[in-house]
Every structure is written in C-alpha cells, then in structure tokens.
Design a protein around this ligand. Structure first.
Ligand SMILES: [Zn+2]
Length: 293
C-alpha cells in the first residue's frame, strides 16, 4: 500500500496539519492491524528535542561528513579536532529532553505492542523517556570507553576535565550534529584531547560507532532477536542512508514483515516499504500516542 498524504510545495506550517493528521490516521490503522512492532528510530525523532539532523530531506549531508573511526584512531590532530567540536556540542546533547514522540513509543511499549526498540541515535533520549527495552545500535554519546581495556568513563566527567584544561573554550556554543560533534570552524589546539584511560593509560574514545567502524557483534545479534520477535517493522525519523539501519528494513522485508516508514523526505528503503508516511514524526506519534490499544 502506498499512501498519498497531502503534499505542499514547501514545508510550510499551514500545510503541515492535514499532512500529519492523515498520516496519524493511517498509522493508527496500521498499528491496530499488527501485533508486535519492531520500531527503528533515527535522528528525525530527536530534532524536536533540539538535536539537529545531519542529513537533509534529500538525504545529503547538511554540513561536513563526520570523522571516521580510522581517522580518529590514527591521527592525533583529527582526534583533537573531534574533541574540540564535541566539547562545544556536548552541552546541547546533555540538556536535551525527550519529546512527545519518545513518550508515545513508551506508551506503546507499556501496552505490550513493541518488540525491543532499535535506535540509530546516540543521545539516550529513549531511555531517559522511560523506554525499557532499547538497543542503542550505534552506542551512547554519554559514555566514553577505553579502546584498550574497555573501562568506561562518563562523558560528563571528560567534559569537566577538558573545561578545566581549556577554560577559554567554555563560553563557545555551536550548532550540533546527532553524535554530539559540533560545527567549530577555527584552529584547533593540538593538545585538545582528554587524559588517557585512568586504568591502563590507553586511548579513550566516545562509546559510539563511528563511520568506518562495525556495530559490535553482540549488539547485532540482539537486533536480530528483536526482529525475530516482531510481526511488523516501523521506521521513525530515519532516511536509512546508513547501511546498518537500512539492513534491518531489508531483513524485515525478506521475512515478509510489513514495513512502514514515518519520516520527512526520501529514504533508502522507499522502494521496499509497504506504507510510506512523509510527515513530521513527533506530530504524528503524539496524535496516536494515547489512542492505540
Ligand atoms: Zn584502559
């Protein structure tokens, strides 16, 4: 089923209401028709919490591409640049609050309607909203891990240490990307890096899956188990341009599970979706949040 909801020439406020109302009606019917739903969320669900998406509706990068795992591990200058940008962006992620879309998914879970939720976001907002069963596919930005011994340190503690060493940076603010990286256009101090691992002296890295890095095997198995427990799959706020997310949509279709996509703009999985809802995910989920049994 391909659903045509009213489409405006521009994403103007006037045309938004009927688009979201139509999408909510369709999604409510779709949810009622299926048992346990596997929900996969992306950056679009967090934009209403003030965390910007780093791809536009056309699927292209809005700013620069993020750092790769290889560059982070190999190049001290790239690492310093990453931490400098992350230092400026972190307060926005740390202050962000879950929105009505997160709350609606908590309500669906409480009614026994969901398989474990898979998120591509690293902001931790599903867990903070009260979602009990969450698989953080790409990790969590609020944790830092030693690449040698796996010791974990809270990101907030790293922020305090960096602020103490670089007080001149604490007044900066920046627009952020979903991984807490920030768009800082300036010469980076070469030693702008956190201290080594307090346990073994190893290299600390944010506990997130960087581009060019694999999702840990155990986490992949968790997601496959979640898919096996589902009767249908719903993608929320993701263009699925990152392969690790697209792969689950494709696996769902290979199992003949219905696939609904709720997001603004084109996605990589449009051709295999059974329902496509081009609408604002927060408004739509808020509309159905209290009305689905
Ligand atoms: Zn260590």
């Amino acid at each position: 089923m391909k659903v045509d909801v009213p489409v405006s020439d521009a994403a103007d406020v006037v045309a938004t209401a009927p688009r979201e109302a139509a999408a909510a009606a369709t999604l409510r019917t779709w949810l009622d028709a299926h048992g346990r739903v596997l929900v996969l969320t992306g950056a679009g669900i967090s934009t209403a919490s003030g965390i910007p998406d780093y791809r536009g509706p056309d699927g292209l990068w809005k700013h620069r591409a993020p750092i790769t795992y290889q560059a982070f591990m190999r190049d001290p200058a790239m690492r310093a640049r990453y931490w400098a940008r992350s230092f400026v962006g972190w307060p926005i992620v740390a202050r962000a609050q879950p929105n009505r879309a997160h709350a609606a998914l908590v309500a669906l879970e409480a009614r026994g309607r969901l398989a474990p939720l898979i998120t591509q976001n690293v902001d931790g907002l599903h867990t903070r909203a009260g979602q009990r069963s969450v698989i953080d596919l790409h990790g969590r930005i609020d944790q830092v891990t030693c690449t040698a011994c796996a010791t974990r340190v809270p990101r907030a503690e790293i922020q305090r240490q960096l602020a103490a060493e670089h007080p001149e940076w604490t007044s900066l603010t920046a627009a952020t990307a979903p991984d807490g990286d920030a768009d800082v256009e300036r010469v980076v101090i070469e030693d702008f890096t956190p201290p080594p691992c307090p346990h073994c002296g190893g290299l600390l890295k944010p506990d997130v899956v960087f581009f060019g890095e694999n999702v840990p095997r155990e986490r992949v198995l968790d997601t496959q188990a979640a898919l096996a427990a589902a009767d249908a799959m719903l993608v929320v706020g993701s263009s699925l341009m990152v392969y690790s997310g697209f792969r689950f949509a494709r696996m769902a279709r290979e199992r003949d599970l219905p696939l609904a996509i709720l997001t603004r703009g084109v996605t990589r999985a449009d051709a295999i979706a059974t329902v496509k809802l081009d609408a604002d995910c927060e408004a739509v989920l808020a509309a159905i949040g209290s009305g689905v049994g």
